[in-house]
Design a protein around this ligand. Sequence first.
Ligand code: ADP
Ligand code: MG
Ligand code: ZN
Length: 480
Amino acid sequence: MKNNDYEIVMGLEVHAELSTKTKIFCSCPTEFGGEPNTHTCPICMAMPGTLPVLNEKVVEYAVKAGLATNCEIARDSKNDRKNYFYPDLPKSYQISQFDKPLCEHGYIEIETGEGEKKKIRLTRIHIEEDAGKLNHNEFGGGSLVDLNRAGVPLIEIVSEPDLRTTEEVDAYLKKLKSILEYIEVSDCKMQEGSFRADVNVSVRKKGEEKYGTRTEMKNMNSFRSIIRAIEYEADRQIDILEEGGTIEQETLRWDDVSGKTFSMRDKEDAQDYRYFPDPDLVAIRLSEEYIQAMKESLPELPESRKQRYIEEYGLSQKDSNLLTASKYLSNLFEEAEAICKNPKAVANWLLSDVSRILNEKELEPDAIPFTAEQLAKMIQLIEKGTISSAIGKKVITELFENPKDPEEIIKEKGWIQISDEGAIGEVVKKVLEANPQSIADYKAGKDKALGFLVGQAMKETKGKANPQMLNKMFLEELKK
Ligand code: ADP
Ligand code: MG
Ligand code: ZN
């Protein structure tokens, strides 16, 4: 932010597509993609005279999401019509929930900076149907409607305006995403739009009580764009206020290419939607026993897993946090640990080399092509001294390209560590002869010279020499 006299205030409305097999009010598949308008039926195409029937799994998944985020679950709830016209909404209303959402008054705990915790309150979680999609300009500049997504179930998770920095927004979204992944109610694939956020932003002078007027940026589906958009929008609002202007409450569109926000429309109020209970659907009534059963069915959540990693495996807070953020990564960690019994090594490999490669390839952890067994075996080969950790790095790269038994990889590539005294002695001799200055340096008390010599020997053997043996033999020679 350019101006430090101000504070940003943010609240998020996150839409997550639920991973039920079928849509919310019909039995069409929810699967992403497919030829346009093939995952459709008279109900989700809004043919007159058709009737919706609520998919029970949708209620189940939403209740689980509510329980996992500390919400109160409503015993009585209902579906309402939210009326508006848009070409991707064939009924001209969306079935959503208005005044009686399934879940209310929850919170998610995030970590800010050095291990400090902050609760971000959730106003509500409600269920609703997704709209179709418009494909623009594909044929002679027109727009075509694809209703495959129409009627895919969503939960909308609305936060209170408790977020103050882009770091908090990032932590909140990551935490929410990981909770939904853990309880297996959404695949949260941002690139497929199954986890997307409306970001509400306002600014106020520091110390002021009253919130400023907010603007809303719709349908953001990448962490990077969300952060950029907030920074841009906060600065834009501050500039207006500093020049004595006022902020219009409006809906904005973020453009990633120009890095700017554009006005889409004035903000509608709830009254503009003419909400009313959907007369085609019965009310939702949940028993205490049902809610209790859902509670008991929840798996271990990221927060408690993290705590367990710290206590059980002695991992740092930071490493535990990173590992447990993704259920896939965390499962891989546990499976590999169970085989090689070396939690620190498994965590290190996953969080350094493996994460780096994932970042470079812009992949999510579930795209890791090798198995926990292969990773564990690679770590055991290092422990046994068959390969050095320098070769371990090469094995990891190879495991991404062509996953197979690491033992086979190192045999094929000739990467087995040289631990033969004679062979190592030769290399040591050769390196010492080529570097008389380092010998002098070492004798003059510069310990770093030893590291340099070992490095040279590693280079000479393409990383294959046993580093402990090198160290030992160099020391013996230098002390002569
Ligand atoms: P809608 O956008 O559907 O009209 P709400 O009025 O309930 O819904 O608010 C939506 C979101 O806007 C919530 O996440 C809330 O936290 C956030 N919000 C409300 N007021 C402000 C504000 N002054 N600044 C930033 N965010 C706000
Ligand atoms: Mg909104
Ligand atoms: Zn259908």
